[in-house]
Design a protein around this ligand. Structure first.
Ligand code: ATP
Ligand code: MG
Length: 424
């Protein structure tokens, strides 16, 4: 036998035992986003490498070491998308969606980063993202954050996550702060690790995001961006907090929350959990007022977030005892060829009458007894049986496999009615 080929490390198959939960989560997200007036946008998985370099930033983890980049057959430099905002902004400009209008978009799909695979961190993962274009005022920040809160609430995850917010200010305020930060960390250079030393010259704000416990104290004592915000950003952040408090949403201000992408301005936020080990961020986002212009569009304020679906689902599996499971309402069996042909018809009638439910018709023959065993094994609620005798009497025998009740004889034309109050 030939050696079986295995999947690429960090790129997972999502198996039938899990896809039902994925579908439920995806449809919850989609319903909520649509109910807030967001429209779906579907974007390519591959983009020009330049797009990500220009948006995410050259000196970020993603661009420096995580992108799947390759030359295609025409020697064009392409990259498997590591995140969604860049492509969304690119498409928005390209199709004139962002010009003098408010645009609310959502998308969902696979993303790729060459990271070290571990629980909650994969090389192919999935995000559901939402982006709002054309509103610069903090009411939009508040509504977006409240939308993310509603998603978590609907999934019963609210008790397991907490909201952190911060403001990164204007690019000018951040540049001035950057100098202060470099001066501070330079005086503590001896204590920095290799990563932070490199970031000191490339992207010093990212040092604040270091997970190295040895750096906790110097990071704690570093100058805070919050104290160097420009007045507009300060006011924006105050207003956002006011809205969130008024809406009854709890949050903490985390002055070290800087996010791993360069394009953010003003508001940034994350929903974090302590229940998934080191991979604790399930949803992350913020404002990126400069990005549309930076990519060649007209200056357009914008903001958005992305939810990591694997982490969301891991968390659900960890904390929810009663996860929705796929249910087979009835398994339809038959003893003879004539009975099979009638069963085909009846099973379709049931499917028409009870949309969203599941009726499985037995194929492959075998004794009624073996077919019955199969119905039980796959977890059907009911088994519908049509032996020779039932066929001759234009009826079926129906037995509940989950409740201890005697089997009943039901005529063909009343089968659908029989299930009316038995199928919820
Ligand atoms: P982290 O700090 O965990 O590396 P990040 O800041 O790189 O996250 P973003 O780029 O903001 O993450 O992506 C948004 C969300 O997508 C994250 O909060 C997380 O839930 C999810 N995510 C990011 N990278 C991965 C990955 N490699 N595997 C699974 N989920 C991921
Ligand atoms: Mg990351």
């Amino acid at each position: 036998m030939a050696n079986p080929i295995q999947a690429i490390r960090g790129m997972n198959d999502i198996l039938p035992t899990d896809t039902y939960l994925w579908q439920q989560v995806e449809s919850t997200l989609q319903n909520i986003l649509q109910s807030y007036g967001y429209s779906e946008i579907r974007l390519p998985i591959v983009e020009k490498t330049e797009l990500f370099k220009r948006t995410i930033g050259e000196a970020t983890d993603i661009v420096e070491k995580e992108m799947y980049t390759f030359a295609d057959r025409n020697e064009e430099n392409l990259t498997l998308r590591p995140e969604g905002t860049a492509g969304c902004v690119r498409a928005g400009i390209e199709h004139g969606l962002l010009y003098n209008q408010i645009q609310k978009l959502w998308y969902q799909g696979p993303y790729f980063r060459h990271e070290r695979p571990q629980k909650g961190r994969y090389r192919q993962f999935h995000q559901c993202g939402a982006e709002v274009f054309g509103i610069g005022s903090p009411d939009a920040d508040a509504e977006l954050i409240l939308l993310s809160a509603r998603i978590l609430h609907k999934l019963n995850l609210k008790p397991h996550v907490s909201l952190q917010i911060n403001s990164l200010g204007s690019p000018e305020a951040r540049a001035a702060y950057r100098e202060k930060l470099v001066a501070y960390f330079t005086t503590h250079q001896a204590q920095l690790d290799e990563d932070s030393l490199r970031r000191l010259t490339t992207n010093p704000l990212r040092i604040l995001d270091s997970k190295n416990p040895a750096l906790a104290t110097i990071i704690q004592n570093a100058p805070k961006l919050m104290e160097h915000l420009d007045s507009e950003s300060k006011e924006h952040f105050q207003k956002l907090q006011h809205y969130l408090k008024h809406a009854g949403l709890e949050f903490t201000i985390n002055p070290c929350l800087v996010r791993g992408l360069d394009y953010y301005t003003k508001t940034v936020f994350e929903w974090v959990t302590t229940e998934l080990g080191a991979q604790g961020t399930v949803c992350a986002g913020g404002r990126y007022d400069g990005l549309v212009e930076q990519l060649g569009g007209k200056a357009t304020p914008a903001l958005g977030f992305a939810i990591g679906l694997e982490r969301l689902i891991l968390l659900l599996q960890q904390v929810e005892k009663n996860l929705p499971a796929k249910q087979i309402d009835a398994y339809v069996t038959s003893e003879t060829d004539d009975a099979f042909q009638k069963s085909l018809e009846i099973t379709d009638q049931l499917r028409d009458r009870f949309p969203g439910h599941c009726f499985v018709l037995h194929c492959g023959g075998g004794s009624l007894k073996n077919q019955f065993k199969k119905a039980d094994k796959i977890g059907a609620q009911f088994v519908i049986m049509m032996g020779e005798k039932e066929f001759s009497e234009k009826s079926v025998a129906i037995k509940s496999l989950r409740e201890n009740k005697p089997q009943e004889m039901i005529t063909w034309n009343t089968i659908c009615d029989y299930f009316k109050d038995k199928i919820s």
